[in-house]
Design a protein around this ligand. Sequence first.
Ligand SMILES: [Zn+2]
Length: 1935
Amino acid sequence: MVKWKENKVLLLILVIISAVYCAPFDEDVHDNQLNDVEVFVIDNNQHVLKNDANLDAVEGEVWFLPKTSKPEYYRIHLDVRNIHTGNLNFNGEVTIHTEILQSNQNFIVLHSKFQQINELHARNLDTNDEITIIDHQFSPAYETVVIYFANQIEIGTKIALTLNYSSQLVTSAVIGFYQTYYDVDGVRKYVGATQFEEMGARYAFPCYDEPEYKAVFELSFIHDESVNVFSNTKETIQSNGDGTTTTAFKPTPLMSSYLNAFIVSEFKTLSNEELKNENETLVRIIAREDWLDRAQYGLISSIYALKALEEYVGFKYELEKMDSAMIPRKLNAMENWGILFYVNTALIYENDINTKSRYTQVFSGTRLIAHEVTHQFFGNAVTCKWWKYIWLNEGFAQLFQYTITDIVHPDWRMQDYFNIFAMQDRAFNHDATENTRAMTTDATTSEEVGLLFDIVAYDKAASVIRMFQYAVGEDIFRQTIKYYITTHNHGSVVSQDLIDAFTTIMQQNNFTDFNFERAFRTWELQKGFPLVHVSYINNTSTLRVTHQRFYDNASLGVNDESSWYIPLNFATSSNPDFEDTSISDYFMDYAESLNIAILPPAQNEDFWFIFNKQQRGYYRVNYDEVNWKAISKVLYNPETFNQIHVMNRVQLIDDSFALADAGFFDDYEIPFSILRYLHLEDDYFPWYVANKYINKLYDVFGLKNDDLNTFVQKLSSKFYKKFVVPGDSVMAYDSMIERYGRLLAYNLACTAGNEDCLLDVHLMLAYHSEPEYGIIVPRGYENFICLGLREDKQERYFYGIWNRMKNETDSGIRADLIAALACTGHEPFLMELLESSVNSQFDYTIEERQLILKSIFKSRIAFPAVIEFIKKFKSQIMSAYEQDFVTILTTIANGVKEINEQIEFNNFVLLSEDLKDEEVLILQRITAGNINRQKSWPYNRQMELLQQINIDYEFDLNDYYQIILPGSSRPTSYKVNIDINYFNLGHRNITGNVEMEIDFTQYTNKIYFHSFNQTISQLHAFDKVDGREIQIIDFRYFPQYETVMILFNRTFMPGNQINLEFFYEGWMQTDPIGLYSTRYVLNDENGPRNRYIVAAKFEPFRTRYAFPCYDEPRYKADFTFSIVHHTAYVARSNMMEKPPVRAGLFMLSAFETTQIMSPYHVTVIVSDYQNRNNSEYKTENEIIQRVLVPSDNYENVDHVLNYSIDALKALIDFTGFYYETGKLDSVMIPSEEGTSGNVGLNFYPPSILYINPETSSHHDLLKAYLLISNFVSLQFFGGAVTVDWWDQIWINEGFAHLFQHIVLDKVHPEMRIHDFMTILSMHDVAFQKDNRNTTHEMWYQADTTEEIAATFDHVSIQKAALILRMLMYHIGEDVFRATMKDYLFKFNHQSVDTFDVREIFADNLKVAGKYDYNFEYSFSLHEEQLGFPLVSVTFNGSHFELQQWRFYSNQEEALIDCYVPDGEQYNPSCNHTWYIPFNFATEENPDFDDLSSEIFFDNEKGTTSQEDDYEIPAQDVPVDGHEIGKWHIFNKQSIGYYRVNYDDINWNALINALSSPKYKIIHPMNRVQLIDDSFALAEAKYFDYERAFNIMKYLVYENDYFPWYTANRQLKILYDAFGEKNDELNTFIRTLSKKFYQKYQLSSSATIPKEILPDRFGRELAINLACTSGNEQCLTDTAILVHNFAINGQSIPAGLENILCFGLRGSGKSEEFNKILEILRVKTDLNVRMKFINALGCTDDSELLMSFLEESIFTGNVDYNYTTAQRRAMFTSSLQSKIALSTIIEFLNENEAAARAFYSYNLNSIMTFVANSLKTEKEQEEFTNYIETLADLSTTQKRNLNAIVSENLNKQIAGKVKRFMEIIKEIELEEPKEEEETTTTVQLTTTSTPRQTTAQSTTISDSTTVSTTTLGASSIGIKSLTLILCIFIVILLKN
Ligand SMILES: [Zn+2]
């Protein structure tokens, strides 16, 4: 039964939610008083029990029946034929079959109440003899009747006792057989219903009315035919023909009397009869016929609950049917077996979504049904033996109402609701008091029995059972309850039976973790519950656990020795697994403490631990202070708070506040340190708990307390946002948790004054006057009306609600609306409402009149209106409210929350003549008490803490994931002085001071800027205008955001300016980040030694590492910088230095003020460098350029100095802009990572700064030229004009990368740098990455550090530059230059975004009269889309048809996204199209130099919106004078950023055209393009590789470097797979490269000529290809060169070191070999040594190779100082030799141990190197045989080594490698015909930039590292850095 009204749970929520603001809504509140039905009416007129009975009962005690007889069967017949009329009388006849259990017995005692016995019979059931009855006597005190027999009856005799009696229905209470009623259309309908628990059966019939007397009951009724009777079992109805009907019921199972029930009514049934199958139970709803259609949900819930219960317990419901009856005026429910009685709200639902309690009703009703259905097993089938064990019934029913509902509604989070409702709010609350009781408590009086139906029996028992459910595990728990039910079915039980069930099942499962009985008894038999203390024992891996009883007043527990056996579990920061709720440890009762080892051990101060995972255990937890702090820290961090399970967040709030409230803490700091995290929380459950504690504060401080409201508003803003009412007002369809969440979120946010919230509720109000504009407020959300009215003054809204209230008939809703009206914030409305309460014209009940006065304190303006009202209507109030004056004034006094209210009220009462002095005193005490409470502990303390948190929130960032400053202020000028005094000794501390001038741009009282790990002090702010100091309230540092926030005591307006000054302390870094300290080795005449320097690398956001600043590119300002350092050093910065000021050991270097620039461009270097400069020879118009380097390299920098001068000139010349910084320094930085370009000062590594065209390799030269060009270009592009934010970093990087090529091209046009850009930036980098889905857009989201670092990549640098270059050629260089000039002048000193860039181009195009389409849009397609286009060209004789789609290298990605290569299918959702500049040359008009172009645009885009209508964008281009079969080529010189495909006819024509000496008619860069496109298209499966090879085979004629470079990328794939020994491959390459090599073939003098850059690359590549493939001429040439080198000392140019390798091949080279070996021995320079080591391993003379291998383990008398790395390199170099394997085997056979020792490798490592080098089957066989002989290798190692070789060989027969080889075996290469090449020479020049193809010039490249370094980063992002670093390493190894 549910004695504790189930709705109370729900009510509690609502009361808590609305306690402060509005009256509770739940209708049950209003008839709450009816709930107290447990009043037993004793009729004192009845006579007393005879004293001679064998009984010793005491008056007032529950009298236990003497165990002298036991009933087996009842037949009960009741005549109720008149009760439907309201008549209370009924007659009954009961026959009881009972067995006599005691001898010498001449009486039987039965329970009986209110019965008049008319006849009594007894007979012996065995003999059928009549037994004489001599008397019967009632005892009203004991509620019994004793029946006396004439003779004693023998033990064991079974008798039938028949009593014929008269009685009356009870009307005064809901007990026994009682009358209730309902009204239909004004007609009263009477109902007879029963409530037998605990002792009500005796009212209906004499019986053994104790639960343990189970019997079979067979009932029948005679009643009026207009009514029905329903009872426990299935009925049979028979008309008697006289207007009456007899209804008979099947016998019940064995059951207790209190479970009988019947209802006599006009009710009808709704059932599942039609729908159910035969195994299912008949389930019916019994209710008023006119309500049955609203009972569907009740029916379904009952069916589901029963099914879920049966399945969960594994036990079948026994009866044929289960009825659920709606009982009028019932307030709760009763689980009578087979006929459950309910309050109507549990079963009857309005389906209208606006119905008031749709959700609350569904929620409580569903759970109530689950509870009562559970009783069918727990209570009915198995019954507690006596009421002291009622928790066995109710504990399970209470637990299973959650469990069963959870099964039916898994989304309701019922287990979580259990925590907050059952455990925290009820069990913990009650069980923490002194007055609680143990679960099993004796009760002897009926009053005591009544009291047993309490929170302990229900919620505590459920909590305890649940804890053990988790302790034994779900599986054992379910076995246990099945066993328990099955074993005790039809029986009655005590707690031992449950314990035995657990013990038995645990034993069966071998679960021996703990002694269940011992554990459980501590919970069953003791009051209260434990508080577990956990503390971490410092510097150990141990947590120490103790416990004590938790009281709501800590002092009560001082002498309490209660002790529990506690199942424990916990999570820690190192193992934050909250999901596994199994038990890990048990705390033994009476143990002093428990030590728990934690693994892994605590690691740092952030270590935390939390016990009671998900709070499934019935105990609270306290921790040591350090842990509470760690928990509050992890909670307060938006990144980490949800590491803690949401139900533990709930627990932490509840436990911490409960501990503080109870006095376990001496402060509220801990609970508030937990609570403050809630601004991150939007889950309902933590908020539910927090609201309990917040409401206590509202209770004390009222609604108008600013601090409290500010706190709640901030705390709840995220929670509110989650539940913002959607615009389409679908609030009515909220899920269950949404509904509760929304109610709570709105109440909190609106009450606290959240403006968005108030606007929302305002819209809800509008609905009542203008429904079409407003938002429907569903029933149950009426509090929203209150919230809305508080801030509203519109009559139509107020009166709209008032009218609704007047028309409302439901008293509950009327009350809600009255309460809502009282919230009004408009005084006239308030007065009108108050006055109406005393106006008899208004149709209020007295309660409603009183309610008006009570409710007005929810208005913020209650005072002084209420005083005025009371003055004016004093007498009317008393009569209207039927209350005396003091009572009324007491109501008002309780509403006083502020001192002015108190004064106003006290003045009033003092002047009231009607009040007695003592009454005045009482009233004044009330108000004083209210006010004093606010000043007293703990409330004042909580308010203090909350104010502190409010300040914290002031400092909080708006968005936790942003690192972008808010933009409310900006700096205009900085003065920064940094002191690094002893850096030269390695000290890294910085002290500094900063003055910032700051402009405000928005209203604000704070500023934010960046700072990294600095301590700021002496912070002052001054008004810039009047110089007065501005008070700073506080400032904070937020390490996670690297941000400082300063809070002022005034709000600034836009335009206000301040000066901010402060000192700070910080640290230099050691890595090249921010301001850092590093070292270089100075090697001068004094020998090598370390020298400290300090340098800076600030991009992208490391300026904050050096000094606090607005560290974003858009915050440009001027900087006046100075630095204090040791006097032996000099400092250089962006600007020219001023004369230094010396003071003792130190000096101050100050610099001129910079131009306005971004903070990341600030830089400094403090060093002992010297400078080389142009001051001697520069012209007046030129600026000073200096190169700062260590003195030992002072002479090596002229080339860089001169190039930097030329580059800057070229940049100025091209752009027409000016350089304003006054000087430009190029400074050496020892590590590559320090490379960076800054305004006026660029940092370069030595490899760049010391280049020399005479001695440096072509690779180094190209890299240096490009990098210097880049850093010069960024003086304008990035320096003068800066990108606004990193998401468009391409605006810096793309322009700088393009201009590095433009500038270099202007200075060195012979370098063909644009062609390099095509092969290196486009083909090698941009195309290779931009053809995958892993690429990104140019405009790319970048908010976090990682994201920003990742944007410096192929898209921002190469792709952007290529798009800009395409644009430059398309619009023409003149227009492009004009645009750039305009751009630089217009945006100098500013930051820009892409819209600025687009606009400046569009404007200039307009000026130039170009472009008739939307430029901005066309540009956006390149910028904002992934990838690049493939243009497909088909020719039909008169037109080219162009189509475009995105190019993918990967078939699958294309399928996923857009395109299927057969061209038929196209996924329109992809829709990638571009505006593509195109041009073409044809065989008839082979003009490749005119680079002007037309635009192929996405003309179809937008014309069709239907997906299936989508067509590939296409464009027809008419062409004259071109025939089918003649070739055409699109994208002249491969300038456009796209690929091209053609129809088969054209591909064949192109192959043809190339296959003759006339191939040169096609531009070399289009030859490059054809090779690159054809291989890419083949890879993407547009056609077979055969076509690509057919294009490539023309290379037999080709001697230009660039096509060869591109071809080599494919050829390298073959060499990688097959090695250098494959004859077919070598033959192919040798033939292909023959002519290419001829170009570089040496004259007889055998010296290598000086060459320009492309030819140096060409020579390298040609030699590599020819010599590798066995070109005899090449081998001869290189042999001569090596001979000349080794013997004659002739040099080999840098970058051509491979000559040494090739030249040592073949026989007869021992002289050269040995000479080089000698040189190796004496050289010490690492790079030189590696060069020779790499060469010597190439020999294919096995003797020489053996001697070289032996050199690697050389141990002779002379020490050559080989390092381990060099020895290893000798070994790996040997692997290049074509005869390596057999020689190495021979070598190892002799020297294995020595090799291991000298290389410091194990054998397996050595053999792994060998395995990796093998590429042929012959080698495989030899290798496999050899390693078999090696005993030191394990079988696994051998298997793995063999697998490596197999893998190498398998690669040759897989994928494209296989296809490549197939093709080159087939393909026939023509020998190049020696025709005159000049016959069709084409003038190859471009219109825009001067470009020449020099047919006779020669180049070299490097075949092993095909990709040349691509330097383009103006400053180098992390990715680029890695790339560059890798390349350097490769180069290093190669050399
Ligand atoms: Zn119950």
